[in-house]
Design a protein around this ligand. Structure first.
Ligand code: PGA
Length: 256
């Protein structure tokens, strides 16, 4: 039987907002609404440029990056390493998000970044998910391959540090002609992901958090947390609205 874990709510701000002033305002608003939170882990992943300033505002809200380079230091123009993020007090990093995969990121590259992030001391949030569902259920195989290739060579001792975010691309708010995923969709994939993780890491797999992302909002958050087989949520659009994001956190804090 899997042990019950406190929930984790992660906000992925993507390339928003346009100014540091707006970022600070949003962050302050969220901070005010979550002062009572004790159990739920809160993480916000703003654009890289805002991390350092936001870091000073709250100790309760953890910060994450939306990507990290695999090397630690050296001649890699334009890159920021996991080690640099760690040294700046950042704890989490989203890796393999579908929007980065669209820009050419492969499982192989994500794998290097996962290893780099783990050895730097960050908690990687590995995003997996299919772009569409078919009658033959081949999307299960696709997610299995993503997991196997992205986690290739990762040691068992690191397993509990990893978070897997199941994000069906067809449900993400920015996807054209998107449609809603249900908590049943989430649950069946979460069970499948857990099985793949067991095959790889054995009993350690029970310590890995699996979360759901894809247009989560304050109306369906409870259903996903209750029935989606997940330990938390990864929210994009809703996390840009301080009130909505705080409501999602509130739901996680008060119902589990
Ligand atoms: P969304 O984004 O909540 O806006 O669908 C989730 C994500 O892409 O991480």
């Amino acid at each position: 039987m899997q042990k019950k874990k406190d929930k984790i709510i992660i906000g992925n701000w993507k390339m928003n907002p346009l100014t540091i002033k707006e970022a600070e305002k949003s962050f302050e608003d969220i901070k005010k609404s979550v002062s009572y939170v004790r159990k739920t882990t809160i993480v916000i992943c703003p654009p890289l440029l805002y991390l350092e300033k936001l870091k000073k505002i709250s100790r309760k809200i953890n910060l994450g990056a939306q990507d990290a380079f695999w090397g630690d230091v050296g001649a890699f123009t334009g890159e920021v390493s996991a080690e640099m993020l760690y040294n700046a007090g950042i704890k989490y990093v989203i890796l393999g998000h579908s929007e980065r995969r669209t820009l050419g990121e492969t499982n192989e590259l994500v794998n290097k970044k996962i290893k780099g992030s783990l050895s730097a001391g960050l908690t990687p949030v590995l995003c997996v998910g299919e772009s569409m569902r078919d009658e033959n259920h081949s999307y299960f195989n696709l997610v299995k391959t993503q997991l196997e290739e992205c986690l290739n060579g990762v040691k068992k001792t690191f397993a509990s540090k990893i978070i897997i975010a199941y994000e069906p691309i067809w449900a993400i708010s920015s996807t054209l002609n998107r449609h809603d995923a249900t908590s049943v969709d989430s649950r069946e994939m979460a069970i499948f992901i857990r099985k793949v993780l067991y095959d790889k890491f054995g009993a350690e797999a029970s310590r890995i958090r699996i979360i759901y992302g894809g247009s989560v909002n304050e109306k369906d958050a409870l259903d996903f947390l209750n029935n989606g087989g997940v330990d938390g949520l990864l929210s994009g659009r809703a996390s840009l609205n301080a009130k909505k994001f705080a409501e999602i956190i509130n739901i996680a804090e008060n119902n589990f």
